[in-house]
Ligand binder design. Sequence first.
Ligand SMILES: *Cc1c(COP(=O)(O)O)cnc(C)c1O
Length: 406
Amino acid sequence: MTQQRFCGEEVSRGTRSVWAGEEEYLLQGATQVPVVHSVSFGYRDIDHWHEVALGRKEGHIYGRNSNPTVQVFEEKVRLLEGAEAAVSFATGMAAISNALFTFLSPGDRVVTIKDTYGGTSKIFLEHLPRFQVDVKMCDTHDFDAIEEEIGKGCNVLYLETPTNPTLKVLDLERLVRAARRKGALVFVDNTFATPINQNPLDLGADLVIHSATKFLGGHADALGGVICGPEELVKKVYQYREIQGATLHPMAAYLLLRGMKTLHLRIRQQNESALTIARWLENHSSVEGVYYPGLPSHPHHEIAHKQMRGYGGVLSFSLTGGIEAVRAFLPGLRYAHLAANLGSVETVAGPPRTSSHVECTEEERQAMGIPEGLVRYSVGIEETEDLITDLRQALDRLPERIRIPS
Ligand SMILES: *Cc1c(COP(=O)(O)O)cnc(C)c1O
């Protein structure tokens, strides 16, 4: 290992986004990280090979286990989260399922919230119960109930904050404290916040998980996932993933790395834009409610203010007129992809019923407090004023298109 110049806490997260993790891998003076497509790595010295295989020496052997480009990506996220170790995955869902299946066994108990990402909920509702893991999904806003369930004993407390799509915020310090008393591991999906806005490990979490597909990559052109935490825990997940096989592809790692160079700039812009747009939407007559933790009207604004450096680039709002209004409104937007994604440089909008919560029935969505007239709006890096102009023209045309009850 060579001495790293740009590695840690001495520089800001913005500078880390650009430089962290790269130096050691720059080939022959190249200023950019190479994409290493080799599946295997050869050794003429059999003893050296053996040492690497046993993990006693640094090196790569086989692409399912490790790869230089992938390793740089892991290093960069690790240094942004201030973690001891990091391991990457083919997708965010691979990261989540590998974390859960590494640490859970039949008879174990998980406490979580009802508002986790749709795919994650699916693991809790269908897959873990098949292995006799007991899962308790609590009302996300009811911290007392979550604490009470933790108090009954659990092996893993699984959290996500802010949540999808209504941007609820969990009090991480409080819930981590409750989990500590019971010796439970705490996993936090930090996809919506990104390490620029929030570092759950600093608030006591054991593992922080990202879908890198979203803000980390930021360009909607590569899937990926990553987990950061203490060496001892991350190593266990890595050893499971080696066998489970959901490895991040080197080309995807490269695209994610390139996207991460601008992570701090994008997040800064998206934080600012989302707050301005949320405030603007609050005053529009066709908008029933706005869900954004940066607004003082948000029920968890104080908690968000305490544990986040910025409120993120995703907001939701509900339209007067329900799903009919959503159907008329969305195609009127010029500067938004109507798609099942978020966190990209382009603005992306959609109704939760077609994206994050497609798996749920209408009743389930109602129970989660997701109104049928809800629009999730992931703010891109366009000029804020242009986005407001776009929203204004699409909203102002709404009453002509549908009869809004007055
Ligand atoms: C998208 C997303 C995931 C799943 O990530 P994939 O990369 O699509 O597998 C998990 N958690 C959150 C919060 C997400 O937004």
